[in-house]
Each structure stands twice: as C-alpha cells, then as structure tokens.
Design a protein around this ligand. Structure first.
Ligand code: CAA
Length: 259
C-alpha cells in the first residue's frame, strides 16, 4: 500500500483511490510516481479485469497538479515534472485493462487530465471540470492540450483552456467529456455495475479492443481498419474465444479465464 494511493481488488475490479485529501488529492511527484507504478502493476495482474480510479473524500477527484510544489520549480524541474506526469497518464491510458474514472468532485487541471487518460468517465452530478492553468500562468502540461482536443474537438477545448472556466457535470455530459452522471451517493454503484458487466466478458477480447481503439484513434480510418484486421486473429489464439463460442453453441454462460 503506497503513501498516496490505495488499491483494493474485489471481484476482479481494482479500485484505485488517490488519497491526499487535505490537498484535494493534488498530484505531487510522489502521487505521480505511485500512479505510474500502480498502473504498470495492474496492467499485468491476472486477478484484475477492470480498474476504477477515484479521489478520496467527497469534495475532489483531483484538484490538479500540486501548486505549492510547482511554486518551487525551476524550468528544468518543471520539464521533469511534466515528463513524470506524462509517464503516469500514459501508464493509465496504456493499462491493458479498461480504466473507468469515477469523478466524485473537482476534476481540475491534472485531475481532468487524469480522467481523460481513462477509457471513459462517470461523474457525480456535483462534479466540476476545468483546465484552470492559464489563471496560474501556465498551461495544461499532463496531456490536457492534446487529450481534451481529441475528446471534445479543438474549438471547445480552446474555450476551456483559454478561459480556464469551470463547467458543471451537465455541461460536461453535453460536451461528451462524461459518459454518465449519477447522484453522488450512487456514483460508485453505477461505476461498479459497469465494471461488473465488463468483467463478465472475454478479458483477452476486451483488452485487444482497447489496444486497437487506442492505437487507431489518431490514425487515418484506413490505417485504423488495417490495425483492426491485423490484430483480430489474436482473439483466435485465446482459450477465451474457444470458451465463448462453445458456450454460445451449448446455450450456457461462458466462463472466461482471461487467457
Ligand atoms: N495543489 C495544491 N494544493 C491544493 C490544490 C492544488 N492543485 N488544490 C487545492 N489545494 C489545497 C488548498 O491549498 C487547501 O490547502 P490548505 O487547507 O492547506 O490551505 C486545500 O487543498 C483545500 O482547498 P481550498 O481551501 O482551496 O478549497 P475550496 O473549496 O475553497 O476550493 C478549489 C476548491 C476550487 C478546487 C480550489 O482548491 C482550487 O482552485 N484549487 C486549484 C485548482 C487548480 O488551479 N488546478 C490546476 C493546477 S495546475 C495543473 O494541474 C498543471 C498541469 O496541468 C500539469
């Protein structure tokens, strides 16, 4: 168990909680290093079929990169901080398991960048989203300029980044940042239910689908389709595929082993 990140696995779902509540779960070097290590481990963990990321407490998912820490940084140190931030966000994005963000409060700056590194986002109706960095004299440095533009289009991303405006959960839903909203007290149930649905499916197929979506999304349609076709046969190398097809033909529920 790390200093800043708690991980509990139950019924094949790992719950990762950023636990630095007194600073609204802000991302300092320690949190980022732990985040990277935890996600590299979960990626290879056979007991885990899906991952949920949330923030400790009922106020914040993550309120951004640690402002007090950045106040002490030279440009060289800031470059290394951004590099570590990128490594942590990439570890989340490239985790072989689906990663669901449960945004339970403020998701600002590095917090929104973390949520955008997940596969999709469910949020509390009270959540707030934004990239307020320009108000501090910097710009989003953990992937926000790129991931937000790709998620909601460059025009809306420019508006959020240039104004630093915070938006509420309904606007985030309308803009396509969030997939689903829930009352604060039932957010975790909603995310867990979706994780359970995913866990019932063939883990090899889910993981390969994530890989193809991620590798193809910034390519031309043709290159993405080529990737889909090239990786498709890998499903046929798995025990899961044999089990899934046999279960269908035998009119029973499949029992996938994730291999
Ligand atoms: N870094 C460090 N500490 C933070 C923090 C952050 N990003 N956000 C909040 N905190 C700390 C506060 O300093 C405060 O600490 P103390 O109790 O020791 O004073 C504690 O968390 C509680 O915060 P507030 O008292 O400010 O709570 P509030 O309810 O009045 O306001 C808030 C909540 C609107 C989220 C406000 O805390 C806020 O604006 N936080 C900063 C948000 C922000 O600008 N994030 C972007 C950071 S830059 C970034 O992320 C760069 C990047 O992309 C790499």
């Amino acid at each position: 168990m790390g200093e800043y990140i708690k991980t509990e696995t139950s019924d094949n779902t790992a719950l990762v909680t950023i636990s630095r509540e007194k600073a609204l779960n802000a991302l300092n070097r320690g949190v980022l290093e732990e985040l990277k290590t935890v996600f590299e481990g979960l990626s290879e963990d056979h007991a885990v079929r899906s991952v949920i990321v949330t923030g400790a407490g009922d106020k914040a998912f993550v309120a951004g990169a640690d402002i007090a820490a950045m106040a002490q940084m030279s440009p060289e140190e800031a470059g290394r901080f951004a590099q570590l931030g990128h490594q942590a966000m990439s570890a989340v994005q490239n985790c072989r398991k689906p990663v669901l963000a449960a945004v339970n409060g403020f998701a600002l700056g590095g917090g929104l960048e973390l949520a955008l590194s997940c596969d999709f986002i469910y949020a509390s109706e009270k959540a707030k989203f934004g990239l307020p960095e320009v108000g501090l004299g910097l710009y989003p440095g953990f992937g926000g300029t790129q991931r937000l533009s790709r998620a909601i289009g460059p025009n809306r991303a420019r508006e959020l980044i240039f104004t630093g405006r915070m938006i509420g959960a309904n606007e985030a839903l309308a803009w396509g940042i969030v997939n689903r909203l829930a009352p604060p007290e039932s957010l975790m149930d909603a995310v867990l239910e979706t994780a359970r649905d995913i866990n019932q499916k063939g883990p090899v197929a889910v993981s390969l689908a994530k890989q193809v979506i991620n590798e193809g999304k910034d390519e031309s349609l043709q290159r993405g389709l080529d990737l889909e076709r090239d990786i498709f046969p890998k499903c046929f190398e798995s025990e899961d595929l044999k089990e899934g097809l046999a279960a269908f033909l035998e009119k029973r529920k499949p029992s996938f082993k994730g291999q």
